[in-house]
Ligand binder design. Structure first.
Ligand code: ACO
Length: 429
């Protein structure tokens, strides 16, 4: 294998080392390109740019492989739990029993929030989007733990274990409070005896005199949903977290920025957009054929399809697709949107437009149908993604914060605006 790569510019050539990852991914290390030659690389959307090296998650988009810390998503979704995934992502290994028990206990005990935090919710006008609230509240949460959010790397790292447990635990509480605040419902306090996902459902759906009981095992389905969303290497929100962290910002501020980045319909907001798309198709009486034609003509996007990295079936979509049937069956429900989704998928997978562009269902294609079946309202779908993605953001923050001599992320640009010109006083314009 080549150890170096040569870049020829005019009659000068420059040689750069080739970096090879554990799974044989290759990159040209051009860190010295500008100082050597005066040139920079241009890569709109960063599709060919490695922004970092990382030990957390491996994706092979061509083969449809996803592994966290070396373990396949199929194995983890079959045998593990979201809490174990949290530990694995953050600390790099599967936990030993004593460590895991201690961590789970911390998360269990830490679910309540400071009573004063309630007042912040009252400042949001009616119909505020829960993603806006969640992002704000995660940053606000840091103000209640000033000793963990100092913006001093060393100090923030010393308190990292506590901060990570606080965030993993309380993100659920903040999310459930956003939901209940919007409906004028009283906040429901967490219970110490419930598992992670059950406790979230309890805080969402219990009423003071009517406790939520998980008779259909929805907590288990939600746990798997969170697990499947836990990390996905350098996507838009995780890159944002790393970018913010690279300037030295604390963990709370960094994950708050991640929530904002996740909100957009091309990223985590796609799970909401998929349901809107399926409802539009249903309401227009289309069997999906017209919609597929519109997507092919560029008039609309088939939401939940396509991926920057996967040029094959997203393995998470496969697992979620199977899970959808199980969840609906356990509830004894049918959802006509699932039939439309299956028809769209089948039509797209046999259509040359989608085949030639390697467009397959991504994680968001079926997730909305599952969330809908669990009873999660649509405006909360992306919030659910954010709860699941929290450990991935935390693990990536840690990697940045622990990197010796880590650099601030500061890309360059090619300026295409006006060249220097003389200022004209207003009376002469
Ligand atoms: N429907 C129809 N056509 C599509 C779709 C789609 N969902 N996605 C891509 N294409 C087409 C593009 O128009 C383009 O066609 P062209 O070559 O004729 O111009 C070609 O496929 C390549 O697409 P790009 O835009 O270059 O792909 P990119 O890697 O930039 O974008 C993205 C990936 C944003 C996910 C895109 O596929 C998309 O918008 N999908 C729908 C939104 C979605 O589901 N997002 C969730 C992604 S997963 C996640 O973030 C959790």
């Amino acid at each position: 294998m080549e150890k170096t790569a040569t870049i020829q510019i005019g009659d000068r050539s420059y040689e750069y080392p080739v970096i090879v990852g554990t799974e044989n991914e290759k990159a040209i290390d051009i860190r010295k390109l500008r100082s050597d030659s005066g040139y920079i690389s241009y890569d709109d959307g960063y599709a060919n740019t490695g922004s970092c090296t990382s030990d957390i998650t491996y994706v092979d988009g061509e083969k449809g492989i996803l592994r966290h810390r070396g373990y396949s998503i199929e194995q983890l979704s079959e045998s593990s739990s979201f809490m174990e995934m949290v530990w694995l992502l953050i600390y790099g290994e599967l936990p030993r029993k004593a460590d895991f028990d201690e961590f789970r206990e911390k998360v269990r005990r830490g679910a309540h929030v400071h009573e004063d935090l309630k007042h912040h919710y009252l400042g949001f006008p009616p119909r505020s989007h829960p993603m806006a609230i969640l992002s704000s509240m995660l940053n606000a949460l840091g103000c209640y733990y000033p000793e963990m959010a100092t913006n001093n790397r060393e100090t923030d790292l010393e308190r990292f274990d506590e901060a990570a447990a606080v965030l993993v635990s309380k993100v659920r509480t903040l999310a459930a409070m956003a939901y209940r605040n919007d409906r004028g419902l009283p906040y429901i306090y967490p219970r110490k005896d419930l598992r992670y996902s059950e406790n979230f459902l309890h805080m969402m759906f219990s009423e003071p005199y009517n406790e939520f009981t998980d008779i259909h095992g929805l907590g288990h389905a939600l746990d798997l949903f969170f697990l499947l969303h836990a990390d996905h290497e350098q996507n838009c929100s995780t890159s944002t977290v790393r970018m913010v962290a690279s300037g030295g910002a604390n963990l709370f501020a960094s994950v708050s920025a991640g929530v904002s980045a996740l909100w957009g319909p091309l990223h985590g907001g796609a799970n909401t957009a998929v349901i809107q798309m399926l409802e539009e198709i249903r309401d227009s009486g289309d069997d999906g054929t017209r919609f597929i034609e519109m997507a092919k003509s560029g008039k609309s996007l088939m939401m939940g399809f396509g991926h920057r990295v996967y040029k094959n079936y997203d393995p998470r979509a496969k697992i979620l697709g199977n899970m959808t049937d199980k969840v609906l069956a356990s509830l004894g429900k049918k959802d006509p949107l699932l039939d439309i989704a299956r028809r769209l998928e089948e039509a797209a997978l046999n259509d040359d437009y989608f085949i030639s562009r390697k467009l397959y269902p991504n994680v968001d294609f079926y997730s909305g149908i599952i969330l809908k079946a669990i009873g999660i309202p649509m405006e909360m779908f992306t919030v659910m993604f954010a709860i699941g993605r929290m450990p991935g953001w935390i693990a990536n923050w840690k990697e940045i914060a622990e990197a010796p001599k880590g650099k601030i992320h500061r890309p360059r640009q090619i300026y295409m605006g006006k060249s220097e010109r003389d200022y004209i006083p207003i009376e002469n314009r």
